[in-house]
Design a protein around this ligand. Structure first.
Ligand code: MGD
Ligand code: MGD
Ligand code: MO
Length: 756
């Protein structure tokens, strides 16, 4: 009998069953706009790419070969556990726990108990702690900057809610767009995809949309947006010029700037040219970003005369000096003075995920406690290669002078650094430094292929779990769809076995197995939130609608009404257009107010030099990051097995390239093969290659990656000394025809040694 079980993923709720034709996945009937990504899920059970048994790297056993490109030999579970436990014990005993890097950044799968990050951090804390990471690849520059400028994360976690925008906003000015592809996803899950519907309602009411982006499809065509495509990485200049026009013509909110902001004088000194002799006029911005001065003036006027929401995508700050477009965008919204009015002001990341702009729940969700980390050492997450390559080296971060720790063991569960990090050839070098690398993975990803011991991990379909997200309104019983494949075990079971070996099982498990943990987490949550029936009943029903809105935080409408009574948690209590704190750090790459800094990518004019094109390496429409790259939605987009690279007809013609041609994308860092898609939805001078094609370095004479992972060509450098965030979004490249037959992909063939 075929039984469909309810389950959940970061991209939506579904039911699934194993059938003779493979896994059948059906979107939840209550979801008004299910994600095309659901079609990737059947590939979870594709044994071709699964790690089916514990494996050890050959060269780690015999000392003959290095990490990356090595072969693997299967070993028994007891042998793998014994090896890993003794390595953990040796390293902590010899060098101390800070020599263990357990930052382990990554999305893993949805589910509150089998949350890979919580599991690994809990385990490492039980054995004495680990060097951790702070911040994310998503918002590397934003979070540290927002702390200084508005005092907290409200613009991300609590921006004006979607229904208010749908009702009141007259003009959406969208820097980086509100790409429909991204709203498929929400960290932890989403039971109803609603973003497209809210935008449609705003449009039906007559709202205007201005899209400022290198890609036309960063806003849905049905919204009828006006598309402005500045040179990538120049939004700050455009924002400064908009502010300049508004102030010079007296269209600015003088009173709001005086009563709700600090630092307007410094900001104006800079805009007017009094500080540096350069007036940040529309003519000046035109020369930087390629948008007509007259268009800039017209846009400023429209913004001043309509209820305007300035939306800033997360991608804007995932680039060199990424702090600046966010700060300049907030300053622009202050100059307009509509912050705290219904539908006005600014938001950061509408559409970046389905949950942004949904009110978060007022109570916590069931959460696996991680315990306490006794090691104080940390790095900003995107400085991993710097850390591994330069132990002891000093670096700046957010006002501190810090030193990289000396890492001897790297432990990863639930992330794919050989997807997410920049300059993957350099990361390969960095991963050769530690003595030991341990990885939990369901799949033979490039990261699994850099481990010494690979633990075969179940996918979410092979476990029971609780599904929910802070901005969603449902608690879901994620019921096991199919038994574990091969010898796979959950992260929890693997850590339990290691904890047993190391004599700390009681602390790690607290005497509970999966089922007992689910019941415990649920019951604890139920008592705290006073919601729902008992666990058994909940599991039978399978789904609990959650209610309540949190409005107990500082919201901008209250701040607007009474800034002294509801101050922001900044040093001044106001929005900081000039931050004394940031200014006091003395960083030329992030001074005390928003500023136009020319990134290295613009030091050679666009169109000139060896790398005339801009590569936009954005998040993929066809998958979540690198997950299920071999799934149907992702695989169908590939051409000759390569990741599609979009380019403008003019740029293709200039290089005599045709649709479907295999090309080599080359930068100062490295190279990647890809296949051409010709499209006038891409700004001339820009090419777009999404992240997430599995990194395939198997033919280095041809390219750093023969599959199309853009992180083969991106640069590994922080946003600035302030935040040290990821800068992977933009790179200067050239695209060359590749006449030879492209070498076959190897990344989907397991690297398992053939028995002789
Ligand atoms: N150039 C460039 N680079 C970027 C970006 C960009 O815009 N440009 N974007 C960045 C951003 S925003 C992000 S968030 C990162 C994303 O980077 P990651 O979050 O590292 O990417 P994922 O592919 O989601 O990696 C998750 C891994 O966990 C595995 N996994 C799934 N479930 C489980 C589980 O239960 N247990 C274990 N052990 N493993 C599991 C999956 O197979 C997968 O390999 O990439 C960043 N990289
Ligand atoms: N389908 C899908 N959805 C996802 C993800 C995924 O992997 N797949 N990842 C999720 C995660 S972890 C995150 S953090 C968010 C990421 O959210 P974002 O970082 O906002 O998403 P991106 O798709 O990387 O970038 C959005 C758009 O910004 C535009 N852009 C790039 N550079 C510039 C620039 O210099 N100026 C302007 N004006 N625009 C620019 C690009 O055209 C790009 O399409 O997405 C989430 N949603
Ligand atoms: Mo992200």
């Amino acid at each position: 009998m075929i039984v469909y079980q309810q389950h959940s993923s970061h991209w939506g709720l579904f039911t699934a069953a194993r059938t003779p034709d493979g896994l059948d996945v059906v979107a939840d009937s209550d979801d008004p706009d299910p994600a095309p990504l659901l079609r990737n899920i059947p590939a979870s059970l594709d044994e071709r790419v699964r790690v089916l048994a514990p494996h050890v790297r050959k060269g780690w056993l015999d000392g003959q070969s290095e990490r990356g490109g090595d072969e693997y030999v299967p070993v028994s579970w007891p042998a793998a556990i014994e090896l890993a436990a003794s390595e953990l014990d040796r390293v902590r005993g010899t060098y101390g726990n800070e020599a263990i890097y357990g930052g382990s950044y990554g999305w893993g799968s949805a589910g509150r108990f089998h949350h890979a990050q919580s599991q690994i951090h809990r385990f490492l804390n039980v054995i004495g702690g680990y060097t951790r990471s702070v911040n994310t690849y998503s918002l590397g520059a934003s979070r540290p900057l927002l702390q200084h400028v508005v005092g907290n994360d409200d613009p991300i976690v609590r921006p004006t809610a979607w229904p208010v925008l749908a009702k009141h906003t007259e003009h959406f000015v969208c820097f980086g767009g509100i790409p429909a592809k991204n709203s498929q996803v929400n960290a932890g899950g989403v039971s109803r995809h609603a973003v497209a519907g809210h935008l449609r309602r705003a449009r039906a009411r007559g709202a205007w949309f201005t899209l400022i982006s290198p890609l036309r499809d960063d806003l849905a065509p049905e919204l009828g947006a006006r598309w402005l495509a500045p040179v990538p990485g120049t939004d700050t200049a455009l924002m400064l010029a908009l502010s300049h026009v508004l102030i010079e013509r007296g269209w600015h909110a003088e009173e709001f700037l005086r009563t709700h902001c600090v630092g307007f004088d410094e900001f104006w000194k800079y805009l007017s040219g009094a500080a540096d002799g350069i007036v940040k006029s529309p003519q000046w911005a035109e020369s930087v970003c390629g948008i007509d001065a007259a268009v800039i003036v017209g846009l400023a006027e429209s913004m001043a005369t309509r209820r305007t929401m300035v939306t800033l995508s997360w991608s804007l700050q995932r680039a060199r000096y990424g702090e600046q477009p966010l700060w300049a965008g907030i300053a622009l919204a202050c100059v307009l003075g509509q912050i705290g009015l219904p539908g006005g002001g600014f938001g950061h990341g509408y559409g970046a995920m389905a949950g942004i702009g949904m009110r978060p729940l007022p109570y916590p969700l069931p959460t696996l406690p991680q315990g306490e980390n006794r090691v104080r050492e940390y790095i900003p997450v995107a400085r991993i290669a710097d850390m591994l390559l330069n132990p002891g080296q000093e670096y700046d971060y957010n006002g501190e002078r810090r030193r990289y720790p000396d890492i001897r063991l790297v432990y990863w569960a639930g992330g794919n650094p050989f997807h997410h990090h920049q300059d993957l050839a350099r990361l390969t070098e960095a991963f050769r430094r530690p003595e030991t690398v341990l990885v939990h993975e369901p799949f033979w990803t490039a990261t699994a292929r850099h481990a010494d011991i690979v633990f075969p991990t179940t996918t979410t379909l092979e476990r029971n779990d609780l599904g929910c997200a802070k901005e969603d309104r449902a608690l879901i019983a994620m019921r096991q769809v199919t038994p574990p494949l091969g010898q796979a075990r959950s992260d929890f079971e693997i850590f339990t076995a290691l904890a047993e070996k190391l004599g700390v099982a009681a602390e790690f498990t607290e005497g509970r197995d999966e089922w007992a943990w689910l019941a415990h987490l649920y019951e604890q949550w139920r008592q705290a939130s006073a919601a729902g029936p008992d666990f058994r009943r909940f599991w039978e029903i399978g789904r609990l609608e959650l209610s309540g809105d949190s409005d107990d935080q500082v919201l901008y409408d209250r701040f607007r009404a009474d800034p002294a009574g509801n101050p922001l948690p900044t040093p001044s209590g106001r929005i900081e257009l000039f931050s004394r704190r940031i200014g006091s750090f003395g960083y030329a790459d992030c001074p005390g107010h928003p500023i136009w800094l020319v990134p290295e990518e613009l030091q050679v004019p666009p169109g000139a030099g060896d790398f005339p094109l801009f590569l936009v390496a954005n998040n993929p429409a066809t998958r979540l990051h690198s997950q299920l790259d071999h799934g149907a939605t992702s695989a169908e987009s590939k051409i000759h097995g390569r990741e599609p690279l979009r380019m403008h007809p003019t740029d293709a013609a200039y290089r005599a390239l045709s649709a479907g041609d295999v090309v080599r994308v080359v930068s100062a860092t490295g190279s990647a093969l890809a296949a051409v898609v010709i499209s006038d939805s891409v700004r001339p001078g820009v090419v777009q290659l999404a992240t997430g094609a599995w990194f395939d370095p198997s033919a280095p004479d041809v390219a750093t990656c023969i599959h199309g992972n853009p992180n083969a060509v991106t640069r590994d450098i922080g946003t600035s000394r302030l935040a040290q965030g990821c800068t992977g979004q933009l790179t200067r490249v050239e695209v060359q025809g590749f006449a030879a037959a492209p070498p076959p992909l190897r990344i989907y063939d397991p690297p398992v040694a053939q028995e002789n």
